[in-house]
Design a protein around this ligand. Sequence first.
Ligand code: GLV
Ligand code: MN
Length: 197
Amino acid sequence: ADPVPLQDTCVADLSSGVTINGFVCKPSNKVTADDFFFDGLKNPGRITSPLGTAVTPAFVLSIPGLNTLGASQARVDFAPGGSNPPHIHPRATEMIYILEGELEVGFITTANVLITRTITLGETFVFPKGLVHFQINNGVKNAAMLVSFNSQLPGIQSIAFTLFTASPPVQTMCWLRRFKLGLRRLIILSRDLLRPP
Ligand code: GLV
Ligand code: MN
């Protein structure tokens, strides 16, 4: 989904101060295999988050060779009860592949329809670009998934965090008065999903 490349490689020069849409290329005679290599997805991430998950990104910032190529990956490890709460990627469709365990996954369409199912070891699921989606480990053992994106930097925007931890703060109390029931339900739902295992 990112713009098409205009050359074979454009390895990101992450230290360049020049700001463009993406990153400027480092000189091609300085390009090495290491620019296209990453071993950070090999092992389970250390789960320290209160959500019971560890997200290990393999975006352009970890693999500079991804610059302009419209692709990236990540690995997410889930403790029992761990969740990747409702979020969007503004720039990418997401595909997941279960490496271990089982996950309840889903996305919500712009018509507000929930598309959900449970997937297990070796299975794949797709989350369309820009739609709210989530994964939850309802099992009693760990789960892990490999994630692929069609953007070098998909962006991650959590619905609950954007609403409740933006700065300056979003005036949620003012909405609450206006849309009493609806917003109260929304808050309870997002807190449930964010509650540590
Ligand atoms: C991981 O980054 C995900 O969005 O699932
Ligand atoms: Mn996602």
